[in-house]
Structure formats: C-alpha cells, structure tokens
Design a binder for this molecule. Structure first.
Ligand code: MTE
Length: 313
C-alpha cells in the first residue's frame, strides 16, 4: 500500500519551494486516488511512472543557476518521438509508462524481469543537481531525482565476467512514432564500462524538479551520466544487460567516426563537424567554455588514467 504523508507531517528538511509544493500536492491527491484503486485491485505494480514522495534534497549541488523547468521539459532530444526539439513534449503526452518492466540479463546472479518499483527503492530517492552537456553544444543545469545506479547493480550481483553494462530503450513504434523512420537502429542502445556504471555520480533517474519524470525527459526511468555527452543518458530503459564485450551503442552504430563509445565531454576533441570548446547554456545570451569531463574531472578522470582520450573519444 502507498503511504502518503500529509503536508503537515513533512519534516523541516523536506520542505519544498512553494511552486513545487503545489504541483506535488496535486500529484499527491492523484496518488491518494491511486492508493484507493490499489487497495481494491488484486494486482501489484499498477502505478504509472514512479511517484515522488519525500526525498533527500541537494545531495549533490552546483553553484550555478538551475535551468528553467519549462525549458528542460520542452527542449528535448528523444528521437523516438521525432527529431524536432519540441516534438517529444508534444508527441509523448500519451506515452504509457504504467506497469513498467525492466529485463535484466547477462553476466549476473539475479537475471529476470523486474517491476520498476522492485529495482528503484522509492524511499532512497535523492536530488542531484547536474550539468547536462549535449554533443550538439548546448547545456542545462537540472535537479534530477533518482538513486545511484551502483545500488541497483549491487542488487543484481554481476559476475566477475561483467565488464560492461548495456541498456535499451522501449521499442514500440505504435507509441513512439519516430521509430517508424530509420533515423537510428531501434531500439536506442547505450552502454557503460562497469566502473563507469558503478561510479557514484552515475544516476538512475525517475524524476526532476521534485516531481515524477515527464514523458519527454525519459519516463519512467533513465540514465544520467553527467560527465558524458547527453546521448549516453539513455531514456525509458527496458533492459539492463551485463556483458563481457563492449556493447553496440546507437549513435556509434550510426556514425562511429562522430560518436565514440566513451563520449566523455572533452573541449579538446572536436566533433568532426563542429568545435566542442564552447557551449550555449539554455537561457544564456553568450556561450561559455566547455569544461573537461563537464566539470566532473576530479570525480572521474582516474577511471581513464593511461587512456588516450583522443583515440577513445
Ligand atoms: N534516449 C533515447 N532513448 N532516445 C534519444 O533520442 N537522446 C539523448 C539522450 N537520451 C535520446 C536519449 C540525447 S542526444 C540527449 S542530449 C539527452 O537524452 C537529452 O535529454 P533531455 O531531453 O532530458 O534534456
């Protein structure tokens, strides 16, 4: 059963800004109705995208202005819903995320089909404010909600053969009209080396701005890997596989010369068709310098010691 706190039971540390509070309250009312439905329903896991109750605020923050929520939710890359920046918000409105399942396989001791709620502990959700740097040279600062991917991986007990983790997005052309065109090989695929997947910064995200993940941002669950170009942060994940070999990834399959497997943000390595030295922060007038590893050098550079970052772009 879903236990929803009344507003007056919320502790001081959980108090949210007023606008978010009102939006959340609406959601909680919807949640109460859902709770009743659940009581009457013989099925478990009928809930749509993950409900956001209380969460640990500001677990990782930035001393930078947060991008307007409206911009983050309306300027998107989600090719399953079209290639225009406004397509996903418009065309993903009816995307059905209820009863979401994630299939886990490969080199691990706990393969199987999991309900989202069984992989992501809704009581462990934390807020992390990260930069997002798209390979197209724009960026945002987003307050994500989620749990470290490492905590999920630990539950799944990868074997010592697991050198990589591969992810896939849902493939359902009836719901995702962009999949009727072969812009990419569907489903969208991404992957990380196991140490990258276990890095404390890597987040499995179920929400943003204090609320459930909007469909256009990758509901109900997506990856957020802040030191890599945005296309590594795969949306609407339905499968997680532990592999011994480096898995194929969508953008690399489409144009390997332009999009490498690693795709760490690196102002010194240009895209063959444009410079990566600067970026346009959405909402800003002037461009700013792009930072090595998107500003997360201290936390992640050690993973690439001795690696030629030009060859392994
Ligand atoms: N995941 C899927 N399944 N399909 C996509 O087209 N686009 C990627 C990434 N994840 C994409 C995806 C790209 S290029 C970026 S920059 C980010 O999602 C954008 O995330 P946002 O729309 O939430 O800002």
């Amino acid at each position: 059963m879903i236990i929803l706190k009344k507003p007056w039971e919320v502790s001081e540390s959980e108090v949210t800004p007023e606008n978010i509070f009102h939006q959340r309250r609406k959601f909680m009312q919807a949640g109460t109705a859902l709770g009743t439905a659940l009581l009457l329903s013989p099925w478990k896991n009928v809930a749509a995208s993950m409900e956001i109750g209380s969460y640990k605020r500001n677990v990782i923050t930035l001393d930078e202005e947060i991008t307007k929520e409206q911009d983050v939710a309306s300027y998107n890359n989600f090719y399953e819903f079209g290639t225009g920046k406004e397509d996903p918000a418009r065309r993903a409105k009816k995307f059905n995320t209820s009863d979401w399942k994630i299939t886990v396989g490969g080199e691990c001791n706990k393969p199987g089909e999991y309900a989202l709620e069984d992989l992501v502990d809704s009581n462990a959700i934390e807020e992390r404010i990260y930069r997002l740097r798209c390979v197209e040279a724009w960026s945002m600062v987003i307050p994500w909600l989620g749990i470290p991917l490492a905590s999920v991986i630990n539950k799944l007990e990868p074997s010592s053969n697991a050198k990589y983790v591969a992810f896939k997005t849902l493939h359902d052309p009836r719901q995702m009209p962009g999949q009727n065109r072969s812009i990419l090989q569907w489903p969208y695929r991404e992957g990380l080396r196991i140490d990258e997947a276990m890095n404390p910064l890597t987040l499995l995200s179920v929400g943003m701005y204090g609320k459930t993940m909007p469909n256009q941002n990758g509901a109900p669950v997506r990856l957020v890997v802040p030191w890599k170009y945005g296309f590594k942060s795969i949306k609407s994940i339905v499968s997680i596989d532990f592999t011994e070999e480096q898995p194929p990834t969508s953008w690399n399959m489409s144009s390997g010369r332009e999009y490498g497997f690693y795709s760490n943000v690196n102002p010194e390595v240009n895209h063959p068709r444009w410079s990566q030295k600067k970026e346009r922060r959405i909402g800003d007038l002037f461009k700013r310098e792009t930072m090595m590893f998107n500003g997360y050098e201290e936390e992640v550079a050690g993973m690439y010691d001795g690696m030629d970052l030009r060859a392994n772009y």
